[in-house]
Structures are given as C-alpha cells and as structure tokens.
Design a protein around this ligand. Structure first.
Ligand SMILES: Nc1ncnc2c1ncn2[C@@H]1O[C@H](COP(=O)(O)OP(=O)(O)OP(=O)(O)O)[C@@H](O)[C@H]1O
Ligand SMILES: O=C(O)c1ccc[n+]([C@@H]2O[C@H](COP(=O)([O-])O)[C@@H](O)[C@H]2O)c1
Length: 204
C-alpha cells in the first residue's frame, strides 16, 4: 500500500528547501502524495510573529500547484488553538484508515526534539517520521531510543537528502534588505509576496 507524506511547517514563506525535501522523500518512499500542512499556531513558535494563516496557506497552495503529487491542506487552519501534530495525525489516520502508512517529514534537527512534542508516543504509534538530514545535523539515536524504545527504530527513519541551505528566516531578511529571493521560492510565491507586500517590515 502506498503511503502518504505529510510536510508540516510554519511556511513563512514556503521555500525550495521544503519542496525539494518533500519531492525527494516522495520519490524515495514511493509515496502517493505529500500533504503540505501550514501550522496555524506551531507549538514551539507561539511567541513568534508570523504572517497570517491565510497568506501562508495561499503561498503553500501556489507552491504546490504544479506538482500532481503535492497537495496543500488547511486541516490545521480550520482548528482553533495550538496546532499539535498528534491531533493532525489522529485526524488523518481516521480519514485514511488504519492501513495507509503515514510519513511525517521533518528536518533531523527538529526530530531530535520529538520527545518534547505533545503526546509524542501516541503520535509515533500513529505514523512514521522521516528525518531529512541537513548539514551539521544527525539523529540523536541514544536520546530517541531511550525515550521511545523499540518504536524508535521501527518508526523513525533517516534519509540523506540534497541540502539547500536556505531558510524562511533568511528569505524574510533578504526581502527586508531589498535583496533577491529568486530561485529560493517558486516564482508564483515571489509574485504573491511582492503583490501583498509581505515581510517588508521587521516582525521578528
Ligand atoms: N532548507 C531546508 N531543507 C530541508 N528541510 C527544511 C529546510 N528548511 C526547513 N526545513 C524543514 O521544514 C519543516 C518546516 O520548516 P519551517 O516552515 O519552520 O521553515 P524554516 O525555513 O526552518 O523556517 P524559519 O527560518 O522561519 O524557522 C521543518 O521540519 C524544517 O526542519
Ligand atoms: O506537536 C507538537 O508538539 C509539535 C512541536 C513542534 C513542531 N511541531 C510541528 O513540526 C512542524 C515544523 O514546525 P516549525 O515550527 O519548525 O515550522 C510543524 O508541522 C509543527 O506543527 C509539532
């Protein structure tokens, strides 16, 4: 049975690093599709000012529009409160049924913090995690094994992906500085950012 990839993020804005990683994982695991889910209120970024949920979702929709295997989902935007991944995965598990493998895609740096996520054991029982290795990061297997036991090796997988060393933080800074973001985000996303005047003033 083909699996479903889930790429969750603040996507402020979505960039080529997110898209390349998702496509690389989709191909490597033969996934049917990858859902891109912008977080309404990302648990570890609650204090951070971000662009509106509508703008981040609109940019995500534009970014995935030309890939038939990609889909933007507003599943977290339709919920109030903190966007816990365990709640999202429980909803997706109910939607897709018990037999479809779900793969949550994340950077390896983020996955090492998984024990601090909301209901981490229940979450890991419901889905697999693919840790896309980025420069200078590696899975902290002793920590993850100590916390999750056998579930760690069964449900956490590392995949070396090509590294695009760009971040949404850098993109926002470059826009403020009047510098180019060409090739860092899809053209349609850049057009949206310029038209809506996003990231021109300091928010962080
Ligand atoms: N260049 C990249 N290559 C691969 N994965 C990435 C890259 N940048 C972010 N990710 C991963 O994508 C997911 C969503 O990231 P997020 O939307 O927070 O982007 P970000 O660029 O890290 O943002 P910010 O700079 O605002 O913190 C996370 O799992 C993160 O580890
Ligand atoms: O559920 C949690 O406790 C949790 C804690 C930290 C991050 N996440 C999810 O991880 C994804 C990447 O988050 P971020 O903040 O790096 O954009 C996004 O989908 C978040 O909702 C989830």
């Amino acid at each position: 049975m083909k699996g479903i990839g889930i790429m969750g993020g603040t996507f402020d804005p979505i960039h080529m690093g997110h898209l390349l990683t998702a496509e690389y994982v989709r191909d490597a695991y033969g996934l049917e599709k990858v859902l891109f889910i912008p977080a309404a209120n990302s648990p570890f970024k609650l204090e951070k000012k971000v662009e509106s949920a509508e703008d981040r979702l609109a940019m995500t929709r534009l970014a995935v529009a030309d890939n038939p295997h990609f889909e933007a989902s507003d599943i977290e935007m339709r919920r109030e409160g903190v966007s816990y991944t365990s709640d999202t995965i429980a909803l997706l598990r109910a939607h897709f049924g018990p037999d479809v493998p779900l793969y949550f895609i994340t950077g390896a740096d983020a996955i090492n913090d998984l024990p601090a996520w909301h209901h981490p054991r229940e979450l890991l029982e419901l889905c697999h995690f693919i840790a896309a290795t980025r420069q200078g990061t590696a899975l902290d297997l002793p920590k993850l094994r100590a916390f999750f036991g056998a579930l760690c090796d069964a449900h956490i997988h590392e995949l070396a992906t090509p590294e695009l060393e760009i971040s949404s933080t850098e993109i926002r800074a470059r826009i403020r500085q009047g510098r180019s973001i060409r090739y860092m985000v899809p053209e349609s996303v850049e057009t949206y950012i310029r038209k809506e005047g996003l990231y021109r003033c300091v928010m962080e």
